[in-house]
Write a protein that binds this ligand. Structure first.
Ligand code: MN
Length: 485
């Protein structure tokens, strides 16, 4: 990609960040500014827009230096301020949570949801991903317990997020870097296994490449042929699925063929099948039926004359960009196109599963401009009306905006709800009428002798808690009537 000339705004952001982080150092011993500069470089490589790059440069300033959001707004405008604010909020929310090892399963899911919720502008998530990528690249400087914690979270939250956004290259790099820290022995074992396999396959792979190239040239097809390296972490997951039997892993050796258009993809498939025997049930047409995250390609596994199993992935240039860079690619290639098509009411050309991102972005943009938005219509904006609060142990509970302490208590467990005597919010005694706010740490005080009260009905917001309370009140009434008889 051609490097665009550094704009004056970006240079100003770099100057500001340098000054702000002056005297701060990373665990690696380097000046802190190395980190935001690395994030900047990653975002540039992903082809992100200028506002995102500037926000990337400044992403740690509000949290860690004397620079304020207002300063950023004045200097660089509303959009950059919004992005920096989103990244800051994410890390504040994150700080309130405990180690992922002790998360409840639903909390893990919630963290991913939290990322999406607070990243109402998807670019916030992309900055966060770039931030995490650089942190995991430089993880060796941290003490071992921190390494494991961050690596695990990367595997379980950030790599899946990258996958959700179809950022294949990022997913592979992140998960392999992280896996090395989570299970170093296993990592080394599988790495050797793959290398050994590749050594053995090298010779016949060369032959196959030659045969394919010749056949495609004969058909006058323009193409690009390359080997694809399998990620160690995805091999690890596949091995678990196949009882650790490496002979059942059919995509250890894979070749990728990139062509000009969709029709040619099918033509290439025909050429491959005329040369080698396709394995039954192994032709997958993700062009006609894209994966959940919008991934498109044709896959086929064949057996060569010398009994090698080889997977082919056939796709167009555009599909390739999507598969490698996902959402980021859509910024680079499609932002103009998408906006224009969207205005014209034509949005079909985007893979259907990426549409939610476009919708999310457009809604976020409207909200920022203070325009009215029909949230009902936007089925994927699931979290706009939600707040995320924490238990003192750091588990996340998502509740509708307007929820009160009793809603929280009944959400944890009816046993807790039934016995509430008081509530502490952010460490301070509070009352049951106090509306909960985003990020509150809520501690419910209970007593065995407490019973549900009818007066609580006015201190409840969610229908879930109301239903539970009514149920208990009815039971209580029946019991009391029973006693009278
Ligand atoms: Mn950072």
């Amino acid at each position: 990609m051609e490097k665009p000339k550094e704009s004056e705004r970006v240079l100003r952001a770099v100057e500001l960040a340098k000054k702000a982080h002056e005297g701060q150092f990373r665990k690696t011993g380097e000046p802190y500014i190395v980190h935001p500069m690395a994030v900047k470089k990653i975002l540039e490589e992903w082809g992100m827009d200028e506002d995102t790059i500037i926000a990337g440069v400044l992403h740690d300033t509000v949290e860690d230096t004397s620079v304020t959001l207002d300063d950023i707004r004045k200097e660089f405008g509303e959009s950059v301020a919004f992005l920096v604010d989103g990244v800051t909020k994410l890390s504040t929310a994150r700080a309130g949570m405990r180690d992922i090892d002790t998360y409840l399963p639903e909390t893990k899911d919630n963290f991913l949801r939290l990322l999406i919720a607070l990243g109402a502008d998807i670019r916030v998530l992309i900055i966060k991903l770039a931030d995490r990528l650089h942190n995991i690249r430089t993880l060796s400087a941290l003490p071992p317990d921190k390494q494991k914690k961050i690596a695990k979270e990367t595997l379980e939250v950030f790599a899946p997020l990258a996958d959700r956004l179809n950022m294949g290259q990022l997913r592979v790099e992140m998960s392999d870097l992280a896996f090395k820290y989570v299970d170093p022995k296993r990592y080394d074992y599988l790495k050797n296994l793959i290398e050994e396999h590749n050594r053995q396959a090298a010779k016949s792979l060369k032959k196959i490449e030659g045969e394919i190239s010749e056949a495609l040239k004969k058909e006058k097809i323009k193409f690009e042929l390359s080997g694809r390296v399998k990620s160690i972490y995805s091999l690890h997951k596949k091995m678990a699925k196949h009882n650790q039997n490496i002979n059942e892993i059919y995509d250890l050796t894979a070749l990728r063929i990139i062509v000009e258009d969709v029709t040619t993809c099918y033509l290439v498939l025909g050429v491959i099948h005329s040369l080698y025997t396709p394995m039954e049930g192994r032709v997958k047409d993700y062009i006609a039926m894209p994966k959940q995250n919008g991934y498109q390609s044709i896959h086929t596994t064949v057996i060569t004359e010398d009994k090698r199993v080889v997977e082919f992935q056939i796709r167009t240039r555009e599909m390739h960009e999507y598969a490698e860079r996902g959402l980021a690619a859509s910024f680079y290639y499609n932002e103009q196109k998408v906006t224009e098509n969207y205005k014209a009411g034509k949005i079909e050309h985007l893979p259907t599963n990426l549409l939610w991102i476009t919708e999310l972005q457009q809604t976020a943009a409207k909200l920022r401009e203070g325009k009215k938005v029909d949230l009902e219509k936007l089925k994927l904006n699931l979290f706009a009306d939600k707040i995320f609060v924490y238990t003192p142990k750091g588990d996340i509970v998502d509740l509708p905006k307007g929820s009160l302490p009793l809603d929280f208590a009944y959400r944890l467990h009816s046993e807790i709800g039934d016995h509430v005597v008081g509530v502490k919010i952010n460490g301070k005694m509070s009352n049951l009428n106090k509306k909960l706010e985003q990020g509150d740490i809520v501690e419910i005080l209970t007593s065995k002798n407490q019973t549900p009260k009818e007066s609580w009905l006015s201190k409840i917001f969610t229908s879930h808690a109301r239903a539970k309370l009514l149920h208990r009140l009815n039971e209580k009434e029946h019991q009391e009537q029973g006693k009278k008889k």
